[in-house]
Design a protein around this ligand. Structure first.
Ligand SMILES: NC(=O)c1ccc[n+]([C@@H]2O[C@H](COP(=O)([O-])OP(=O)(O)OC[C@H]3O[C@@H](n4cnc5c(N)ncnc54)[C@H](OP(=O)(O)O)[C@@H]3O)[C@@H](O)[C@H]2O)c1
Length: 302
């Protein structure tokens, strides 16, 4: 049973000011749940957030559920300093979340922690079909995500149901992936990345937010969950479909060495192939509104 103070389930959302968090706050609110926003500043302006807390003084004592979406954006050059930020904002912060849960009396702890993770955990896997039972991969991002998940799963020993959502590229207006792609493709200078055969697991932001709400409320869900649409696209198809909707051609491929030269480690992420399936979400009957990219584009490009 959830801890509902005054019959309203309170959900603390860390990273609520971010792209996914902002819409999630509205979704939770429209379901009658109360949202406690957690940000570094201890404040913010997000519709649907009833009150705020600072990351440095987290107190979840009247919350029934906790969602952790914090994480410094990785779509930039990876330097020693940025890698430190990627680590601290994910593993460091998740450890602090678990420490504050540990400090609470067991009876007052939230019942569930839904923690962000990423499909980057699978590394570069070519044509292999990956579900939640697949082995994790190697490389910097895979190691980062693995440590991130390990930090979150520490909360299981404290009695919480823990869900680590391995999120694919999130497509939604206002999101960094969508906005960057539109900007590049509209110039007519876009094209497939590398040979374009790599599988890209993506998800429409509306489906991702619905999956997070499902993970909070459905007690059958626990452990690792792939947050991706059922039909991944190869990078070349993804790019050409998107460009076509924008009335452009995507005919200028970006060679692998250029990507790696310009973006370093993050270039490698764009070239990695991950043919990921959302097996857990499908097994609990989750219905995707945007199961394939054409359908998502109907909504995204209007
Ligand atoms: N969007 C995607 O395509 C995608 C794909 C895979 C995984 N994910 C993961 O999903 C989560 C949410 O994604 P999003 O797109 O909503 O991200 P976002 O818009 O960049 O927001 C991330 C949130 O993280 C917090 N944050 C950033 N840097 C931080 C730092 N150094 N220390 C503490 N908190 C920090 C920010 O909170 P405040 O500024 O309010 O404190 C911000 O609200 C992230 O962890 C991301 O890695 C996203």
């Amino acid at each position: 049973m959830f801890l509902c103070v005054g019959n309203t389930l309170k959900v603390a959302v860390i990273g609520v000011r971010g792209f996914i968090g902002q819409g999630l706050a509205m979704d939770l609110c429209s379901k009658g749940l109360e949202v406690v926003g957690v940000s570094r500043a201890g404040r913010g302006e997000v519709a649907g957030v009833k009150r705020w807390q600072a990351v440095d003084s987290m107190d979840f004592s009247d919350c029934g559920a906790l969602v952790n979406l914090a994480g410094e954006s990785i779509d930039r050059r990876w330097t020693k300093a940025t890698r430190r930020k990627f680590h601290e904002s994910r593993i460091g912060l998740t450890r602090r979340v678990v420490a504050s849960l540990r400090a609470m009396p067991a009876s007052e702890r939230p019942r569930v922690l839904v923690n962000a993770s990423a499909v980057g955990i699978y590394g570069d896997r070519g044509e292999e079909v990956l579900d939640e039972h697949s082995l994790v991969g190697g490389g910097y991002l895979a190691d980062l995500c693995r440590e991130w998940e390990e930090a979150a799963f520490e909360a299981e020993a404290l009695g919480l149901r823990v869900v680590c959502l391995r999120i694919g590229v999130v497509m939604g207006r206002g999101g960094s992936a969508y906005e960057k792609l539109v900007r590049v493709l509209k110039t007519g200078l876009g094209g497939k990345l590398g040979n374009g055969r790599q599988w890209m697991p993506w998800i429409h932001v509306d489906d991702l937010r619905r999956a997070i709400v499902e993970a909070i409320l459905n007690e059958q869900i626990s452990g690792v969950v792939n947050g991706v649409a059922p039909k991944p696209e190869r990078n070349a198809d993804f790019t050409s479909k998107f460009a076509k909707r924008l009335g452009r051609w995507a005919i200028l491929p970006v060679p692998s060495f250029v990507l790696k030269l310009v973006l370093g480690g993050f270039g490698g992420v764009l070239l990695a192939s991950q043919r990921v399936r959302p097996s857990v979400l499908e097994s609990v009957g989750f219905e995707f509104r945007y199961p394939d990219f054409d359908k998502a584009l109907d909504e995204l490009v209007r």
